[in-house]
Design a protein around this ligand. Structure first.
Ligand code: 2AM
Ligand code: CA
Ligand code: CA
Ligand code: CA
Length: 264
């Protein structure tokens, strides 16, 4: 497999998709809701996903594609070459703020993440990584992450996980809110993964993320030494929704041992 070629192709697709999204700001955007009133999707999410799928299918007919909006293949195993794409991660931000959203893409070979991309469309910042060759934001290399304590870390977390919820013991999580330096919620899982990888956040925690939210970011995180798991400390399966934690090495252990426990 010529991963260099695939990498160059993926980057050009993402840049073109980003350009299309920026142009869409001048058009009327049609908004629908999916699983609930706050779970939004627009015609742009669908059009961008279809753009990726048509291009990838034409150029790499043997590859499979998993996309959030369902235009790709039905994926039951990670065998083969799979492109996992979220055309707009942070749709609510796209609709309400026209910023703080990203395109996320991960390319996996037999379950192993080879290439990862997160494109902050409005800032024109492309986070990339190639397995074993490091991670970058645009042309700048991201350094390996050093150690940091909870007390000196900013944690990315949505307030909905700190109120009673069906996934975790929220009172333990309140301890984390008290002990850490501060919390942020950006509303785009992909960007929050990019921020952990580039040292802007110590960790990011969410109780329900899907493969397309994390597939690109996990490849980037791995290259800077950040650890991505579910609540059991296992690598996410990328076959369905799961709780997700990404953090610097030492922080990750402390989060799972002390603060984040599955509800019994
Ligand atoms: P999305 O914008 O692509 O749907 C919001 O906190 C983050 O969680 C976004 O990255 C969002 O991705 C993701 N997310 C995953 N499942 C979601 C859901 N059911 N409703 C809203 N956001 C969801
Ligand atoms: Ca969505
Ligand atoms: Ca998403
Ligand atoms: Ca999305």
């Amino acid at each position: 497999m010529d991963w260099g070629l695939i990498d160059r192709y993926a980057k050009s697709l993402i840049k073109e998709a980003g350009h299309k999204i920026r142009l869409s700001f001048f058009d009327h955007i049609h908004i629908d809701s999916k699983s609930n009133a706050n779970d939004l999707v627009t015609n742009i999410d669908r059009e961008i996903e279809q753009f990726f799928i048509e291009q990838i299918q034409t150029s790499f007919p043997g590859h499979k594609i998993l996309g959030e909006e369902g235009f790709g293949d039905e994926i039951k195993s990670l065998n083969g070459t799979i492109w996992i794409v979220d055309p707009i991660d942070g749709t609510m931000n796209f609709v309400h703020q026209k910023r703080n959203f990203a395109i996320s893409l991960g390319i996996y070979q037999d379950g192993v993440g080879i290439l990862g991309y997160i494109y902050d469309v409005l800032r024109d910042e492309l986070y990339t990584a190639k397995r074993g060759e490091g991670a970058y934001v645009n042309d700048e290399r991201l350094p390996k992450l050093g150690v940091a304590s909870i007390e000196e870390s900013i944690i990315g977390i949505n307030a909905r996980w700190v109120v009673p919820n069906r996934y975790i013991d929220h009172e333990k999580l309140l301890g984390l809110i008290q002990d850490c330096r501060g919390t942020r919620s950006y509303g785009s899982a992909a960007l929050e993964l990019a921020y952990v990888s580039s040292g802007k956040l110590g960790a990011y925690v969410s109780m329900r993320l899907s493969p397309w939210d994390i597939a690109g970011g996990m490849v980037i995180a791995q290259e800077v030494g950040a650890i991505s798991t579910n609540l059991e400390g296992e690598t996410p399966s990328l076959l369905g929704p799961e709780p997700f934690i990404v953090a610097r090495a030492g922080l990750h252990d402390e989060l799972l041992m002390k603060y984040i426990q599955r509800k019994r």
